[in-house]
Design a binder for this molecule. Structure first.
Ligand SMILES: O=C(O)CCC(=O)C(=O)O
Ligand SMILES: [Fe+2]
Length: 296
């Protein structure tokens, strides 16, 4: 099955009302097998690096064996630079069909990520937050909330046990709530959200929805939608592909995905997305910031 315009219109309507929507079997069949195989290859690429590594917008977030007894890859960013498959996938027809009712036909992509939750790694939870906190370069966007859609595609089964996404419906109508803004160095992967943090923000823990997904299902949410996820407590990994898209005419940031509905490849060099130092250190390098130190 592929996503139809009717599916996309329904999803857009639910997204506007509830701040999120889920579409089943956004990817299936041979495409899904290829997606899973390529994701495994990207993980293996990341595993070659003993510490967090960056080259342009391409990056791998690594938990090194020196500190964790074993090497884990938690995240990859902008792997389109090393993956012909993902370079086409990020701007495939299905994404245009899904996004066009919300963003129109001219769309840039400001984030391309895979998040893994390797069993045993720890530190694989994301405290409840609103993604607008990650749009630090406010001047680079106009009307950023209305002009952005985030998408999360299940590559592995996404379950309660392995730390599936959790969303609070209608929370996007509440404005910015400052959740997790007390996190050290802005790190939302350290610690868990205490229920009273939600209650103090006027949210009800009982309203939380567990977004369980089969491989190939996709969720969309907005920059003000409250969401998070628990660490993996199972022995099954959870690979989840997150992409953030913006209405092109509102954003100075992002790689083109669709220009007037036409799928548009990466250019010869990366452009500014979310990584501010892109042009300061263009060469490949390791990043030793140990954000995970003293993690409780
Ligand atoms: O991977 C997840 O479960 C959620 C990640 C997330 O919300 C984020 O990176 O902003
Ligand atoms: Fe998020």
């Amino acid at each position: 099955m592929t996503v139809t315009q009717a599916d996309a219109r329904r999803a857009a309507e639910q997204y506007r009302e509830e701040g999120y929507a889920i579409l089943r079997q956004f990817v299936d069949g041979d495409d899904l097998q290829a997606l899973r195989a390529e994701t495994a290859r990207i993980y293996a690429e990341g595993l070659k690096h003993p510490a967090t590594w960056r080259h342009g917008n391409l990056s791998f977030e690594i938990l090194p064996e020196a500190d964790f007894g074993q090497r884990y890859v938690l995240q990859a960013y902008w792997f389109s630079w090393i993956s012909e498959f993902f370079e086409r996938f990020r701007r495939s027809e299905r994404y245009l069909t899904l996004l066009e009712p919300i963003l129109g036909p001219s769309i840039k992509q400001v984030a391309q990520q895979i998040h893994w939750k390797p069993p045993g790694a720890g530190l694989t939870g994301y405290r409840f937050h609103q993604d607008v906190r990650f749009r630090e370069a406010r001047d680079a966007y106009r009307d950023v909330v209305a002009s952005t859609v985030n998408t999360g595609l299940a590559i592995d089964p996404s379950t309660r046990d392995n730390g599936c996404l959790q969303i609070i419906p209608r929370s996007h109508t509440r404005g910015y709530l400052g959740l997790s803004d007390d996190s050290e160095g802005g790190q939302i992967m350290k610690g868990l959200t205490a229920e009273d943090e939600l209650t103090r923000a006027g949210l009800h823990p009982d309203d939380i929805i567990w977004v369980e997904m089969e491989p190939g299902d996709i969720a969309i949410w907005g920059l003000l939608t409250v969401h998070g996820s628990l660490p993996n407590s199972s022995d099954q990994d959870r690979a989840f592909a997150i992409s953030s898209y913006v209405r092109a005419d509102t954003s100075d940031r992002g790689e083109w995905a669709f220009r007037d509905g036409v799928s548009t490849p990466l250019g010869p060099r990366p452009v500014l997305c979310k990584y501010e130092q892109l042009h300061d250190r263009p060469e490949p390098h390791y990043v030793h910031d140990k954000w995970y130190a003293d993690a409780g």
